[in-house]
Write a protein that binds this ligand. Structure first.
Ligand SMILES: Nc1nc2c(ncn2[C@@H]2O[C@H](COP(=O)(O)OP(=O)(O)OP(=O)(O)O)[C@@H](O)[C@H]2O)c(=O)[nH]1
Ligand SMILES: [Mg+2]
Length: 252
């Protein structure tokens, strides 16, 4: 099943809250006519403008999924606002989204990031949104074994409801909680290998790898959309491993 890209009318990047809508893919620069034609994108006369007033060239929809309490909302807030939501845990009701425009290889990439409720009772709501997602960040909590054991069930759900070519990345969150850790990093790596998905550990609290997780996904999506025919395929896990080595693995 191939992914469809809907090109929205200028200025139509407003709240898609009313219904799960397709993320748009459009580009202003860096995309050859051939690549644009083959990816189904069209050249706008100018880049689009997001509802926060930022210009962007292409837009993708990313979903955060995983058990309740693994840190999806905190990860998004850390990425968007650079802050950590400490204090009492307020579980997400239904689904919400935030936009962030990133500069990827001189292209403005807008990520529309959907924060889903992990609680079972909201599952049918989130299922409806899977089919339009270009990427899924699947989280477990390294201090919660059940959240790790449930990853297989989440992956089954993803295969059932999401597009076949959706980008999936497994994240072991709360890596800062060294004393309470019950899932080893190696266990996360092994599971990710088994399912052929990239993996890294993150911490919404310390900021560890948060920017890197979203950047890696944005790079993969941008490459898929704008790749020149003779350009080598972007290797997401290789990129992540290289970046982690460069910054000494565990800095934010
Ligand atoms: N130590 C630590 N705590 C975290 C981290 N991320 C989130 N938390 C805490 O974990 C709890 C749950 O975080 P949320 O982000 O609300 O969890 P969620 O996955 O959005 O949960 P639902 O909305 O119910 O699906 C909160 O008390 C956070 O403060 C982290 O990286 N490290
Ligand atoms: Mg939440």
């Amino acid at each position: 099943m191939s992914r469809k890209k809907t090109v929205k009318a200028k200025g139509s990047s407003k709240s898609p809250k009313a219904s799960p809508s397709s993320a748009s893919g459009r580009t202003g620069k860096g995309l050859s006519a051939a690549a644009a034609a083959s990816s189904g994108l069209v050249y706008p006369s100018r880049p689009s403008i997001s509802n926060s007033g930022e210009f962007y060239d292409i837009s993708f929809k990313v979903m955060l999924v995983g058990d309740s309490g693994v840190g999806k909302t905190c990860l998004l807030v850390r990425f968007k606002d650079g802050a950590f939501l400490a204090g009492s845990f307020i579980s997400t009701v239904g689904i919400d989204f935030r936009n962030k425009v990133m500069s990827i290889d001189a292209v403005k990439v807008k990520l529309q990031i959907w924060d889903t409720a992990g609680q079972e009772r909201f599952r049918s709501v989130t299922h409806a949104y899977y089919r339009d997602a270009h990427a899924l960040l699947l989280l477990y909590d390294v201090t919660n074994k059940a959240s790790f054991d449930n990853i297989r069930a989440w992956l089954t759900e993803i295969h059932e409801y999401a597009q076949q070519d959706v980008v999936v990345m497994l994240l072991g969150n709360k890596a800062d909680s060294t004393h309470n850790r019950v899932v080893k990093r190696e266990e996360g790596e092994k599971l990710a290998k088994e399912f052929g998905v990239p993996f890294m550990e993150t911490s919404a609290k310390s900021g560890l790898n948060v920017e890197l997780a979203f950047t890696a996904v944005a790079k993969e999506l941008k490459h898929r959309t704008m790749k020149e025919p003779d350009e080598p395929k972007f290797q997401l896990q290789e990129y992540v491993d290289k970046e982690m080595r460069t910054v000494g693995c565990c800095s934010s």
